[in-house]
Ligand binder design. Structure first.
Ligand code: AMP
Length: 325
């Protein structure tokens, strides 16, 4: 039996960048070949910060479109909208009743928001409980996460264990799946690629705009004809992602001083477009068919909901709410 893997993606309205692709999206696509892959668009989670109904609905569709474009196959992955399974909100309530307040006070997202002086609504404070409900309701074995999300999985495990001890074993205690190869993807300025640094390349932005960005990747000022250090070069780091087949040749030319940054960037741009073109074409095509994307989400939601209903039947029976069935 294949293990079930669950991932959530938050509809933020921001387009996916190369860091998102190599750091998360690509793994989702690989996992659908080896695992039972559940991926949800976390619209309930987004509600902690987005208070514009029309925008949220639009962002949800956009992020689903992007994930289909990079290769998620609805035949192999259950792709759904979190809110199409309202049972998850019911479970969050139940789990909240076995979750110590202190556990949530220690959660990074809450602490960071408070430290920044942001207004913290109860939804944000309870975020880890809803996340636990997401994971536990589908009896997920594994949850792929970056290092920064490890704490949430620990919280989920604590909640699941506490529930199982209190009411009898209903939940699978999940494990974090931390991908070994996913390092940090660098942005144009050599820092971590991130929207907040303004150093991103989006997967689906216009080709001319990608070209301009590639040409302004920050390098040192070694003059043409001098050796370059591949291990301290952001252009070279991008080649690792898009040009593995040419990497040895490029390394040699860096060391010999027989290539300059401008040429290395032009080569990178060609390779980047070559690798991204199929995804970009699929994206353009899917954007013309929002009703297809909507249908994928709806059908995924039905599959997910069938699992969730069964779990909630067990939960209700265990905790004593609802009549016996
Ligand atoms: P965000 O939209 O920033 O929340 O990112 C979503 C996911 O994309 C994160 O959980 C990471 O797994 C991945 N990600 C984002 N930026 C990077 C990066 N620069 N390098 C590697 N992975 C990243």
């Amino acid at each position: 039996m294949r293990k079930r893997v669950l991932s959530g993606v938050k509809p933020s309205g921001e387009q996916a960048h190369i860091g998102n692709y190599f750091g998360a999206m690509r793994q989702f696509v690989e996992l659908q070949e080896t695992h039972e892959n559940f991926i949800f668009v976390a619209d309930y989670h987004a509600l902690t910060t987005i208070h514009d109904g029309e925008a949220l609905r639009q962002y949800t569709l956009e992020i689903a479109t992007e994930h289909l474009a990079v290769g998620l196959d609805p035949e192999k992955t259950v792709l759904f909208r979190q809110s199409d399974v309202p049972e998850v909100a019911e479970l969050a309530w139940v789990l909240g009743c076995v979750t110590p307040h202190g556990l949530l006070e220690r959660a990074h997202a809450f602490k960071d928001a408070r430290a920044k002086g942001l207004e913290v609504n109860a939804g944000l404070f309870n975020y880890p409980v809803l996340m636990a409900a997401d994971i536990l309701i589908y009896k997920s074995h594994l949850v792929p996460v970056g290092q920064d999300q490890k704490q949430h999985i620990e919280i989920t495990r604590d909640i699941a264990e506490k529930f199982n001890r209190t009411f009898g074993k209903v939940f699978i205690v999940p494990q974090a799946l931390i991908s070994e190869e996913t390092g940090v993807i660098l942005g144009l300025d050599g820092r971590k690629m991130s929207k907040s640094y303004g150093n991103t390349i989006m997967l689906f932005e216009p080709e001319e705009s990608i070209y301009k960005k590639v040409m302004r990747i920050v390098t040192d000022s070694t003059p043409l004809g001098h050796p370059l250090n591949p291990d301290k070069c952001t252009v070279f780091a991008f080649h690792r992602l898009f040009n593995p087949e040419g990497l040895e040749e490029l390394r040699q030319r860096y060391l010999e001083g027989s290539i300059g940054y401008a040429e290395a960037k032009k080569w990178l741009f060609e390779k980047m477009m070559e690798k991204l073109r199929p995804l970009r074409e699929r994206w353009a095509e899917l954007r013309r068919q929002p009703e297809y994307v909507e249908q994928v989400l709806r059908e995924g939601g039905e599959k997910a909901r069938a699992v969730a209903r069964e779990t909630m039947r067990e939960v209700r029976q265990a905790v004593g709410v609802g009549g016996l069935r």
